[in-house]
Design a protein around this ligand. Sequence first.
Ligand SMILES: *[C@@H]1O[C@H](CO)[C@@H](O)[C@H](O)[C@H]1NC(C)=O
Ligand SMILES: *[C@@H]1O[C@H](CO)[C@@H](O)[C@H](O)[C@H]1NC(C)=O
Length: 366
Amino acid sequence: MNMIPSILLCVLITLTIGVEEIEAARAFFVFGDSLVDNGNNNFLATTARADTYPYGIDSQSHRASGRFSNGLNMPDIISEKIGSEATLPYLNPVLDGERLLVGANFASAGVGILNDTGVQFINIIRIGAQLEYFKQYQQRVSALIGEEGAKRLVNQALVLITLGGNDFVNNYYLVPFSARSREYALPDYVVYIISEYRKILLNLYDLGARRVLVTGTGPLGCVPAELAMQGRNGECGADLQKATNLFNPQLVQLINQLNSEIGGPDKHVFIYANAFAMHLDFVENPQEYGFVTSKIACCGQGAYNGIGLCTPASNLCPNRDVYAFWDAFHPSERANRLIVDKIMTGAAQYMHPINLSTIMALDSRI
Ligand SMILES: *[C@@H]1O[C@H](CO)[C@@H](O)[C@H](O)[C@H]1NC(C)=O
Ligand SMILES: *[C@@H]1O[C@H](CO)[C@@H](O)[C@H](O)[C@H]1NC(C)=O
């Protein structure tokens, strides 16, 4: 070992310093469904995709990237706020070498907490597989900066996980008399998926995650697709609202339990982002937030532009900034910005137990 020429040592030291500089910005990892997928499904044979016009119409490239948005989505804007580059989809081959140190996005449109959620989309990365990829990612980073460095990078990272909506929309309520709805009454189904979510969150913790933003579900019954299908004068669909009202409080309870079991009272490993309250603000008072409507999707067709998919043949609104919903299910970039503002600085009814700006301040002191 003492035979290593000093020139090589110099190169090694320089490389290490270079790596540490990149490491200085906090890594960010994203798990979940279409609300946070940055384009993994582009690399899969699935029907759950956002890879054609007009998706991405307001992005820098004006091209569809696989994000279910007219521009940026929630993780992009969080990256912006914490001073990082946007996370690349883990399946994108460009995500390699030092780029891995920025983090990675493992999310896949269509997935849920349960394995049988989203089966109709055929080939998607279910949450178990997302966690397997996270393991593989850590091995790749270990090869780059060593095992200790990789462990530190993951421990100090910010993590976002968004799951649950599809377990209702694309499973329990997908069709009348769905298999799950024959198996479980709604309250029992919620208890079941929360118990499965517990395993997923503990798995994330075991894999090294120490700051995990967990979003609850938004007002699922109020998205344009549901307004169109339920068709009662623009009132939010009652079944999905009931589901949301059962799911979110139990998710808060789960997070409180997990934090006291694993972290101690002031560690705040899991942080609840109340997406329901964040959405409801502009669903109830669109004008106050600069939207002309929170019922009609910008892109789509039929009632509320809520029927079918957003395609090149759909109606498309001229100004995406004044629509809360981009397509039948997903917020516009501007709505995503309002949501992330609340994640950053929201008070206790939005972020429990603390908001992201407080997390950033706490963690900068370590
Ligand atoms: C879902 O699938 C994964 C991988 O096949 C498996 O490990 C897990 O136990 C399954 N979960 C449920 C609830 O069946
Ligand atoms: C959230 O962030 C703001 C501003 O950064 C702070 O003043 C406020 O107290 C925080 N609220 C909570 C509940 O942590």
